[in-house]
Design a protein around this ligand. Structure first.
Ligand code: C2E
Ligand code: MG
Ligand code: MG
Length: 756
């Protein structure tokens, strides 16, 4: 009612009420005055009542109009309130709820709690209890009141326990209350978060792309965005890049190129590629890169940004160079290798042929390298090779030096007056190695043996030239270590002959054309204890070829495998057939230890021939222990474990005899025949023999002296305490038939040359 009156109070059309009153008065007065004979007072009173009635009726009508209007407004307001997307509530100056809509109730599930006049505190507590207000309601209310007190809008995003997010805006009203809108922004928040996540994801991707990515403003060409790879690429951090232009960070020469490429890409409006080029970066040295540029256009089609993706290929270029270097260089000495040598010699021949010039090829062999390796170990050997490489390069200024094998080097001289220039260089090289080399405080002296061939007279192509330099080296080595030899036609002939002989030897082994001679060994009393099997090759044209010639040939060509097996099998077979159980000694080449499974072969041969292992004596030289020392000792142990005896042959001629003797319990030591042969005229030989006998006694290894030809030699050896002898004095190498009696067979004929 009060509301209606309030509305009525505001109602402006009082004229109609006044008119109605006047009209009612006039009508009543006129009607009564005309028809009824009443007193004037009565008529005036009745007219007044009539006017009041009209005013009352009009007022009533107006009130009804107002009520209808108000209810219409209420319906409209409620309709509007309840159809708002947001929740809405209004509080009066006492912070009591006066208006709210359905959405507000439903949003917080307040249907049963909410009522007009309830306080904000009550509502907040109810919402907190239902999980729709995670904050402490008291604190929330205090914050709200404080903001409203300052006349400020209080906004807050409320995250509810069910995951919804409500944006609340509290707007103060002039009456001291406030209107609050509550909007469910869950979806918006989710989209925002997704957008944020997507942006963060993209930022992370761009940041972590290993290629430098640069975004520039398309008009000013300032750096707008760079990723981490760009910082690394430029060698400075982004604070010194972003906002700058190329001229601020790149050297002047490069700036023009970068700018020109940027403008070209922007003008073309399309992706553009800049091939391999160098960039001097502010803090990362010179880089080799390729670049891809892409302008990004705005909606009007105008280039807005320029994206540049850099592909830094510096490392792959370096690897390529390293691989190319490795393919052409020796890893140990960093000298050019055989591949590089072959390329260089071909190129040098081409140039020399055109210019009608001459040059020399030097094949160089390091003397005593094996001994160094053996005595001081491989690490020192490697250091020596490196030092040799340095010396060679120092002497060969202007010439091409390569390492083409273990201790083999080659030099290609510059084109000059030949053979004088090559000879001078070879002499300088030899002189450079006359002095000791000190490695890790070990002093050593290694010489050079050099073979030289001159283009074009000693070979028109690389193959011939190198083969002839090799032939010259071969000759130099066979003549004297440390010598220099130039190629001569005769050498070529020798090399050919050597190859032909190798072919013949191969055939001889295949066709079983070799023979074995047997040389007796005796104790100091002359009693024959066994025989050494020695291979013999009767060449159809050259006659008897000495083993000192054909064994190295066999070793060089790999024939030694078949030859050695044939000797072992034949000798064992032969000895197994002897009635007297004498021992049989077989020589083994170092090459037989390097290829194939020698212990298994020996085992098989013993099984096949039925020879007792204790009767087999294998003679090895120190060469077996050079190279793969551990592997060789392991094989020797396997042989020993089989019951086979292992003797050290040619002792005293090798490199470091003492250490080898300690490395394996040899069954006997054979003093090389050179010492025995020199006994009569070399005091030194007598001293060495004495020393070896004393040493072997200490090691408990019997000593056999080889090459004993005279009674004087035998007497000396007997006096020195030698255990056994072998030599022409006891018997020469002969077919076994010649020793039939000694082995217990019926003799065909006797040619015994035993000591009398
Ligand atoms: P080696 O094993 O030291 O054999 C002893 C060599 O000294 C034999 O020479 C023998 O004839 C010679 N010799 C022994 N006593 C005397 C002597 O009193 N005076 C003289 N002037 N010479 C004597 P040969 O048979 O010419 O063999 C030379 C080398 O060839 C052997 O030395 C051995 O290293 C090698 N050899 C021989 N046969 C074979 C074989 O079947 N396999 C292998 N791997 N090497 C073999
Ligand atoms: Mg021997
Ligand atoms: Mg010997």
């Amino acid at each position: 009612m009060t509301k209606t009156i309030r509305y009525l109070a505001k109602f402006r059309d009082w004229r109609s009420i006044a008119i109605a009153g006047i009209a009612g008065f006039c009508l009543t007065f006129a009607a009564l005055a005309a028809s009824v004979s009443l007193s004037g007072r009565a008529i005036l009173a009745a007219a007044a009542i009539g006017s009041l009635s009209c005013v009352g009726l009009t007022f009533l009508w107006c009130a009804l109009c107002v009520i209808r209007k108000l209810s219409e407004q209420n319906v409209r307001r409620n309709f509007a309130l309840n159809n708002m997307a947001q929740g809405l509530c209004m509080f009066d100056g006492q912070h009591r709820l006066v208006v709210w809509n359905k959405n507000y109730e439903v949003m917080y599930g307040l249907e049963s709690t909410i009522r007009r006049g309830c306080g904000i505190g009550e509502l907040l507590a109810a919402r907190h209890a239902m999980g729709s207000l995670p904050q402490d309601p008291k604190i929330y209310e205090a914050d709200l009141r404080a903001a409203l007190g300052r006349g400020e809008i209080f906004t807050v995003d409320v995250e509810m326990s069910d995951g919804r997010v409500i944006a609340v805006i509290n707007q103060p009203t002039s009456e001291g209350g406030w209107v609050a809108t509550h909007e469910d922004i869950t979806e918006r928040k989710r989209s925002e978060r997704e957008l944020e996540n997507t942006r963060a994801f993209l930022d992370m991707i761009v940041e972590n792309v290993p290629s430098p990515i640069i975004v520039k403003d398309a008009s000013a060409l300032t750096y707008l965005l760079v990723n981490r790879a760009t910082e690394e690429y430029f060698g400075i951090d982004r604070a010194n890049i972003v906002g700058k232009i190329a001229a601020d960070i790149l050297p002047p020469g490069l700036v023009d190129t970068v700018r020109a490429e940027d403008i070209k890409a922007i003008e073309s409006g399309d992706i553009s590629y800049q091939g391999e080029h160098g960039v001097v970066t502010p803090g990362n040295g010179t880089r080799v890169v390729t670049a891809t540029r892409l302008p990004v256009k705005d909606s009007a089609g105008k280039a807005k940004y320029l994206i540049t993706v850099i592909n830094d290929i510096t490392e792959s270029k370096r690897s390529e160079q390293r691989i190319a270097h490795m393919a052409h260089h020796d890893a140990l000495t960093n000298l050019p290798n055989r591949v590089a040598f072959n390329e260089c010699i071909d190129a040098t021949i081409d140039l020399a042929a055109v210019a009608n010039e001459s040059f020399g090829v030097l094949c160089i062999d390091l003397d005593r390298f094996k001994a160094v390796n053996d005595v001081f170990g491989h690490a020192i050997g490697d250091s020596l090779l490196r030092e040799v490489a340095v010396r060679l390069e120092q002497v060969c200024q202007g010439a091409f030096v390569a390492r083409v094998g273990g201790d083999e080097f080659t030099v290609i001289t510059p084109t000059a007056q030949q053979p004088q220039a090559a000879e001078a260089l070879a002499e300088r090289l030899a002189a450079a190695f006359e002095e000791d080399i000190t490695i890790d405080s070990h002093q050593m002296r290694v010489g050079l043996t050099i073979g030289v061939a001159i283009y074009p007279q000693d070979g028109a192509d690389a193959t011939a030239l190198v083969a002839n330099a090799d032939a010259a080296l071969f000759r130099a080595k066979s003549e004297a270590r440390g010598s220099i030899r130039f190629f001569e036609m005769a050498m070529d002939q020798q090399l050919r002959e050597k190859r032909a002989l190798q072919q013949d030897l191969r055939k001889a082994v295949e066709q079983n054309e070799l023979a074995l001679h047997y040389m007796p060994q005796a104790d100091m009393d002359g009693r024959i204890t066994g025989f050494e099997a020695l291979a013999r090759w009767h060449h159809p044209r050259h006659g008897l070829v000495p083993p000192d010639v054909f064994i190295p040939l066999a070793e060089e060509s790999g024939i030694i495998g078949a030859l050695g097996e044939w000797v072992l099998r034949t000798a064992c077979q032969e000895a197994a057939s002897w009635p007297n159980k004498l021992h049989i000694a077989v020589n083994l080449s170092p090459v037989q230890f390097q290829h194939g499974d020698l212990p298994s072969l020996v085992h098989q041969v013993l099984l096949d021939t039925g020879l007792s292992p204790a009767r087999l004596e294998l003679e090895i030289t120190e060469g077996v222990l050079i190279g793969d020392f551990t592997g060789a000792v392991a094989m020797l142990r396997r042989l020993k474990n089989m019951g086979v005896r292992v003797a050290m042959d040619d002792f005293g001629t090798g490199y470091s005899s003492l250490s080898y003797l300690q490395s394996f319990p040899f069954y006997k030591i054979k003093i090389d025949r050179a010492f025995v042969a020199n006994l009569s005229h070399s005091q030194q030989s007598a001293t060495i023999i004495r020393a070896v006998i004393a040493l072997s006694r200490g090691l408990n290894m019997p000593v056999v002296a080889e090459g004993v030809e005279t009674e004087a030699q035998r007497a000396f050896l007997a006096a020195e305490g030698c255990d056994a002898i072998q030599g022409y004095l006891v018997g020469r190498p002969m077919p076994i038939e010649d020793y039939a009696k000694l082995v217990g067979r019926k003799p065909a004929h006797v040619t015994l040359v035993a000591r009398g």
